[in-house]
Unconditional design. Structure first.
Ligand code: BTN
Length: 329
């Protein structure tokens, strides 16, 4: 489509002027077709500047999400090789779930805004426009069911690595899979899977991540202001969402390859490098009861080993939640 090709060309020359004639020649279309494509892109919200007689450019500060902008930075073989970018959707996870049977492995849906973003435990996930990015990936991996929980581990690692690469700071993972900085939650992960009843095999998994990139207009709602944060609160520079999304896909592919090949120890080592509370006193909350413990290690299945009164025990995700000591938060 001419519009997508024009956007790709403008993304490639971001910040510099490209004449209508050059675009028309490079894309093998008429100048009128270029003009129409530019008008349509502007209508979609892309800030395209024009200087009469010189040409067009995508504003340097543009943070508009686009397939072209993501594809430019993608280094994957399968992950997100086909994707859609939606300005608004109810939920990217729901969108893929409804189309899971017909879409290929690695297909991704990326949205600027969700009207019914879903979180874990039936919670809603606030997803306003322009301030975050909401991503889901459809996976049809050949994976034993006991390794399915590793997909969420992989997503947490991929998010942390993508944040390091594009936002320039190192986040923390709070066991199990919360990505935080200074105790403020930056991202949420929701993995949903379906099993084939007859074979007991995984038929598909959808991993969805929501990333708070910058404060929404009017700031974060009062009720989450103390617990949630945004990448740009900690980043030394503005974060470009297309680059962040592509980096997430790039790292997610390598994490998934480790899971599928059974090399989960290598994945766990990457996971552990973002865990900063081992050896520290923590509070574990089991069935509503708070107990003091020391965090000892994360084992190769992703379970937390704690010590209480000289006794070690293994904590499974979903069984307990933890509170970190003040100096780590
Ligand atoms: C949580 O922290 O409770 C998990 C939040 C997961 C939110 C993401 S945003 C993209 C995908 N679509 C959804 O509806 N939810 C996930």
């Amino acid at each position: 489509m001419v519009r997508d090709d024009v956007l790709r060309a403008l993304e490639q020359h971001r910040g510099t002027l490209v004449s209508g004639g050059t675009l028309a020649r490079e894309l093998g279309v008429s100048r009128t077709a270029i003009w129409k494509a530019i008008a349509s892109l502007r209508e979609m919200g892309f800030p395209i500047e024009s200087i009469s007689g010189e040409g067009y450019r995508l504003a340097e500060s543009s943070d508009a999400l686009s397939e072209a902008g993501i594809a430019m930075e993608l280094k994957t073989n399968r992950m997100a090789r086909s994707l859609c970018v939606l300005s608004t959707v109810n939920s990217t996870n729901t969108y893929l779930k409804e189309r899971a049977a017909s879409l290929p492995d690695g297909y991704a849906a990326v949205a600027d805004c969700q009207t019914a973003g879903r979180g874990r435990l039936g919670r809603t996930f606030l997803s306003p426009s322009g301030s975050g990015v909401y991503i889901s990936i459809l996976l049809h991996p050949t994976l034993p069911l006991e390794r399915v929980n590793m997909i969420t581990v992989g997503a947490a690692v991929a998010l942390c690595e993508a944040i390091q690469e594009t936002a320039g700071f190192e986040p923390d993972i709070k066991w199990v899979n919360d990505v935080l900085k200074n105790g403020k939650k930056l991202c949420g992960i929701l993995t949903e899977a379906a099993m084939e009843a007859e074979t007991g095999q995984l038929s598909y998994a959808i991993v969805g991540v929501g990333i708070n990139v910058r404060q929404p207009e009017g700031g974060l709602p009062e009720e989450i202001r103390d617990i949630a944060g945004c990448l740009e609160d900690f980043s030394p520079h503005p974060v470009r969402r297309n680059a962040l999304v592509a980096a997430f896909f790039n790292h997610m592919e390598t994490c998934l390859d480790l899971i599928v090949s059974g090399n989960t120890e290598a994945l766990m080592n990457r996971y552990r490098s973002f865990i900063h509370f081992l050896g520290e006193p923590i509070t574990v909350i089991r069935n509503g009861v708070r107990e003091a413990a020391t965090a000892v290690a994360i084992n190769s299945s992703g379970h937390l080993i704690i010590e209480q009164n000289g006794q070690q025990s293994v904590m499974l995700a979903g069984e307990i939640s933890i509170r970190l000591p003040e100096q780590i938060r």
